[in-house]
Design a protein around this ligand. Structure first.
Ligand code: GLN
Ligand code: ZN
Length: 765
């Protein structure tokens, strides 16, 4: 009998109960008992939902306050000095302090939160464990054991889930004086903790534990590969049957290593890396369970059951009882329950599956090999076949015009008419900007008045006329301030935009939206990505009227503002029936029309934001170049419809460019604005070493904090920039958009920024 299991279920709740409870707790509106009760109810509900769907072995340990990696840090006692509770055991307060920091107005000086970063190539963020060279580990948090007891009390058959020792160490960072120390040396100290945990779980009557080691899908240094063998040879002595779970990619060169670790089972992701099957069968020892991840845990589409069954059926004939069936990865990355989407068009809805539905898909696949003649199996397969057929033929998805246009794209379409040197000469004449021109990244403070107006308009409580008036008045306000402050290239402020992706997605054909399709991004923060379901096109201009209005208010240059094709794609749920490249190029053509229309409306500078460009990089280096090639081409296709005189900007808010600098240059934007202030301009090293050819605005102040930096500080940063990049190619701007800031600090910071530019002009120009 093949077994249906789940690697993890979303913890937020179908109504985002966990978000709401945590936020209420932080505000003091809910006490700890109330918060814990919400957690308990969610866990109980999620086990029941999975069980009802037909999952036989339920995950425990997938629930977490704030973040699951953080829960492991507490479990192991990896609590930075600044949060260590005086004398006692850590509490929920300790946990939330590590996640959110402690403000410095508190009596004791405050402490900054642990760093947060992306979980592999997902949009989930985890809290980076902080190690020291003298790090000690001690079992310090009882949550996993308590939750196992809780599940047992409810009569569930459970499989605790832990992050494996190698992946946990890999995700952490050494802090303090750790010169020459290799964090892998901590492994020997950490392993006994796993032993203790497994002992405790065994005492609780647990049979299987799932050990997540997703780093096995990465390019691993040899010493880490060796460490895998060492670690699991040692853990072999400890109780419990162990299933090592890998996901987000293929094992590739680590396949032999993973297959032969002395554990009882291996899970692989056949959605992201279907080519691992059947190779794995030849490498897997005859005693081992093989868990096949065939239902996509990262997307919202219904599984093609027949396609999955082709693989599973074969595996079952080879493995029999040793076959387990699962989602590709934890369902943390998919929305909770499609049943809530009552308003959704019935046909579109029939194509989708969220976490709850995915559990049922896993279960029916197991059933299909165990009891192929069961009527439910026939029904499910017939339904799945009908869904696949309806999608394959749907005119709502397949648009001949979009496809024909894409097919007709020529190489020259993704190239500006002249090289940068010629363009910039024409642009300088047309724009007549001073040296060190000042600008901002696009958004201005999103006040509650703005949000209320947008909301009222959406709900039909504000007429289009009144809404337009309200937005115009915001634009006037933004323009007046920028003129008063003496900025050189102005922006309209993005008051009409809820979100940089959703705003455009809502205006494009081929996107659909859910009402409750929330996915945890970090802590209590959830996002509701738009879904690309069909060929993408732009029915009509999206931003032109707003920007034209803004330009009409000023004699200064007004910058048009768009989100680029790669970012649109990365922050949406993509289609699975065509490649990401095709979707990016369709988006590029749709946005290209907007760029051209902005130019026709008299806009001389157009910024195309690509905040997600770098995060699209595949996990394995072998895939990088292919990605960078199509991502770069998509950007250029979007940007190249305009005359030489029109200046194209792009913006990327992060600080890791070394790996991708050549592709950034190949995007050929006339100006790029980037985040540099927090790294003290260090990242400009990448731009120097490679001799980045075009203009750059290295952010001179951090917009993530309300702090107003003074002029001298910004001048100092720019002087550093001047040492690496010729002064005539530098712009002066903040790190990113200002929408999360208040007006008071924004004005104060921009006054100082303009003063800094003026000082630089006097000093250096
Ligand atoms: N133009 C956007 C803004 O200013 C850019 C946001 C971003 O890069 N994340 O808000
Ligand atoms: Zn940004």
């Amino acid at each position: 009998m093949a077994l249906a299991h789940s690697l993890g279920f979303p913890r937020i709740g179908r109504d985002r109960e966990l978000k709401k409870a945590q936020e209420a707790f932080w505000k003091g509106e809910l006490d700890e008992a109330g918060l814990r009760a919400v957690g308990r109810e969610l866990r109980a509900r999620h086990w029941q939902v999975q069980k009802d769907a037909g999952i036989e072995l339920l995950p425990v340990g997938d629930f977490a306050w704030y973040d699951g990696v953080l829960a492991h840090s507490l479990t192991f006692g990896v609590i930075p000095e600044r949060f260590r509770p005086a004398g006692g055991k850590p509490t929920l307060q300790t946990l939330f302090a590590m996640a959110r920091g402690v403000s410095s107005d508190a009596c004791c000086g405050g402490a900054h939160a642990q760093e947060m970063t992306k979980w592999f190539d997902t949009n989930y963020h985890y809290l980076v464990p902080e190690f020291t060279a003298d790090q000690q580990f001690a079992l310090s948090w009882e949550q996993l054991f308590e939750e196992v007891a809780e599940a047992h009390a409810l009569g569930h058959n459970v499989k605790p889930v832990v992050i494996g020792p190698l992946t946990y160490l890999w995700l952490g960072k050494l802090k303090g004086d750790a010169q020459g120390f290799d964090k892998l040396e901590l492994l020997e100290r950490l392993l006994p903790l796993y032993g203790q945990i497994f002992q405790r779980l065994a005492e609780q009557g647990v049979e299987w534990v799932q050990i997540d080691e997703p780093i096995l899908v990465l390019d691993l240094p040899q010493d880490w590969k060796n460490a895998f063998e060492r670690a699991y040879n040692l853990l072999q002595r400890e109780p419990l049957k162990k299933l090592i779970a890998t996901y987000f990619g293929g094992l590739e060169d680590n396949l032999g290593l993973a297959a032969n670790l002395p554990v009882d089972g291996l899970h692989i992701d056949l959605v992201r890396a279907p080519e691992q099957y059947p190779t794995i069968l030849d490498r897997l020892p005859a005693y081992k369970v093989l868990s096949l991840g065939v239902v996509n845990g990262r997307n919202v589409w219904r599984c093609d059951l027949e396609k999955a069954l082709a693989v599973i059926g074969h595996a079952h004939s080879r493995l029999g009882e040793r076959l387990w069936i699962a989602p590709s990865c934890s369902l943390l990355h998919s929305p909770v329950d499609l049943a809530l989407e009552e308003g959704l068009d019935a046909e579109l809805k029939s194509w989708l599956a969220f976490a709850t539905q995915k559990c049922a898909e896993v279960a029916v696949l197991a059933r299909a090999v165990n009891q192929p003649d069961a009527p439910e199996v026939h029904k499910a397969l017939a339904e799945s076949r009908a869904v696949q057929a309806s999608r394959a033929a749907s005119p709502r998805i397949h648009k001949p015009q979009v496809q024909a246009r894409l097919a007709a794209v020529k190489a020259g379409d993704s190239q500006r008419r002249s090289p940068f040197a010629q363009r910039i000469a024409k642009q300088r004449i047309g724009l007549a900007l001073p040296p060190f021109p000042t600008t901002t990244i696009g958004s201005f403070p999103q006040t509650s008045a703005i949000r209320l107006a947008r909301q009222a308009f959406k709900q039909g409580k504000l007429s289009l006329g009144d809404y337009t008036d309200a937005m115009h008045s915001e634009i006037r306000h933004a323009v007046e301030i920028q003129e008063r402050l003496g900025l050189d290239v102005l922006v309209h402020g993005e008051a009409e935009r809820n979100d940089m992706v959703e705003y455009f997605a809502e205006q494009l054909d081929g996107y659909l939206f859910t009402r409750f399709g929330w996915v945890q991004s970090y802590g209590s923060r959830c996002v509701k990505p738009a879904i690309i379901y069909g060929d993408l096109s732009r029915p009509k201009a999206m931003t032109v009227e707003w920007i034209r209005y803004a330009q009409s208010l000023t004699g200064k240059v007004m910058k048009g503002m768009l989100t680029g094709p790669v970012t649109m794609l990365m922050w949406s749920f993509p289609r699975e029936d065509v490649s990401r490249q095709v979707q990016a190029r369709q988006l590029a053509l749709a946005l290209r029309d907007e760029v051209v229309d902005l130019e026709a409306a008299g806009i001389k500078v157009i910024q195309i934001d690509e905040a997600a460009f770098r995060e699209g990089l595949p996990l394995r280096q072998a895939g990088w170049q292919a990605y960078l090639d199509w991502a770069t081409e998509a950007f250029r296709l979007c940007a190249s419809g305009v005359r030489d005189e029109t200046q194209i900007h792009t913006h990327m808010c992060y600080s890791e460019f070394n790996d991708v600098i050549e592709s950034i240059a190949a995007m050929d934007a006339d100006v790029i604005t980037i985040e540099t202030s927090r790294s003290d301009m260090e990242l400009l090293d990448a731009f120097e070493a490679f001799e980045y050819p075009n203009e750059i605005g290295p952010g001179v102040y951090d917009i993530h904090s309300p702090r107003v930096p003074d002029t001298a500080e910004m001048v100092k940063l720019m002087r550093k920039a001047v040492r690496r990049i010729p002064a005539e190619r530098l712009w002066v701007n903040p790190d990113c958009g200002l929408k999360t800031r208040g007006w008071a600090e924004t004005e104060a910071a921009l006054i100082n920024m303009v003063a800094a530019a003026r000082q630089l002009r006097r000093e250096l120009a």
